[in-house]
Design a protein around this ligand. Structure first.
Ligand code: ZN
Ligand code: ZN
Length: 358
């Protein structure tokens, strides 16, 4: 029997997986489900490396089932659509983010908040409806229900745009929900990493004054000159922190290590809002006095629904916002993970999947 060309075996997939808590990734052959009526198959072109990927390959959240193929900042080109798919056609550029399924009927789903559905199916390390495991974008192909596939705008680069699918929506959604987009207001962005650097760009696109708040003074030049921040505040400098008391309207806190909230709440004006999007492993201490006396609010937020994710992509396309990335090949993955664990990347690794040997 002659060997069928690759596109006729859409269920055979090649990726990179971690198989134990060492988190070391290596080549892995597996199966994707057949493309169903409402499904889209895409050839993966790029996949961003999110901090969650690092946590998951090492089972730091205690929920990892091995083998795990991470990756939920996925862009690619459609190679097949089911008969029920009207939104996409072969050749379209698309994206898949952190979720590939939800119940579609609960209160959250009905409000386009699929990301808060209790029956959410994550893009990797979860079980799909048919009982198969979900594997992420560190692989050559992906099959996803059309509802969970995003149209990738033409002028958004597929490589630098990929991180928007997790990092981007994670900061965009709270800005919209908590009303942090009014031009002229003052936004503080805590932590200048994958999330923070996109938050700076979005803040500027909304017409906000943006201050980066960081423990690393050496990031000042880049924050202002390259990312467009208006000012930079070193959180370890008590003099500067004191001078900035009560000067900021909104804060997006992207720091995922345990850190004190008190000094940040002090920076907020009356009615100020702090939204936590970084996910520290241990609870943070919440000082109530500054909250009550300044009628301040502390909130949280987790990615966004599909409708809002599409809006975010369109917003980024319109304002030429993408991530600052370091493009790597798959065989550099383990080094990239090592460097990511030391925050040694400006600001997101993206895997050039289509040009890597799998
Ligand atoms: Zn992520
Ligand atoms: Zn639901």
């Amino acid at each position: 029997m002659s060997k069928l060309p690759e596109e006729e075996h859409p269920h055979k997939a090649f990726g990179w997986a971690a198989t134990d808590t060492s988190g070391i990734l290596s080549p892995f052959k597996f199966s994707r489900r057949e493309n169903g009526e409402d499904d889209v198959t895409l050839k993966v072109l790029y996949c961003g490396i999110c901090h969650s990927d690092l946590h998951c390959v090492k089972n730091e959240w205690g929920v990892t089932k091995y083998p795990i193929v991470p990756g939920h900042e996925i862009t690619g080109v459609v190679t097949k659509v089911g008969s029920g798919v009207k939104k996409f056609k072969v050749g379209d550029h698309v994206g898949v983010g952190v979720l590939v399924g939800s119940c579609r009927s609960c209160e959250n789903c009905q409000q386009n908040l699929e990301c808060y559905c209790p029956k959410i199916i994550a893009t990797y390390n979860h079980v799909y409806y048919d009982g198969t495991r979900t594997y992420g974008g560190y692989s050559d192909i992906l099959v996803a229900n059309q509802h969970f596939v995003l149209k990738f705008p033409d002028n958004l680069p597929l490589d630098a745009g990929a991180p928007l699918l997790c990092a981007g929506i994670t900061v965009y959604s709270p800005m919209i929900y908590y009303g942090m987009t009014e031009a002229g207001k003052h936004l503080g962005v805590v932590g200048l990493g994958g999330l923070g650097h996109v938050a700076v760009k979005m803040g500027k696109a909304f017409g906000l004054k943006v201050t980066v708040i960081s423990t690393s003074p050496h990031k000042e030049k880049e924050a202002i000159e390259k990312l467009g921040a208006d000012s930079f505040l070193v959180s370890r400098d008590p003099e500067k922190m004191k001078a900035a008391l009560g000067s900021i309207d909104f804060i997006i806190d992207t720091v995922s290590a345990v850190h004190p909230l008190g000094p940040l709440l002090g920076l907020l004006k009356t009615n100020g809002k702090l939204v936590q999007v970084g996910l520290p492993e241990k609870p943070l201490e919440l000082p109530v006095f500054p909250l009550a006396l300044g009628r301040k609010l502390v909130g949280g937020s987790n990615v966004g629904g599909l409708k809002e994710t599409q809006e975010m992509l369109d917003f980024c396309a319109k304002h030429n916002i993408a991530a600052d990335i370091e493009l790597i090949k798959m065989d550099y993955l383990n080094t990239a993970m090592e460097r990511l664990s030391k925050a040694d990347v400006r600001y997101r690794f993206v895997i050039d999947v289509a040009n890597s040997s799998l």
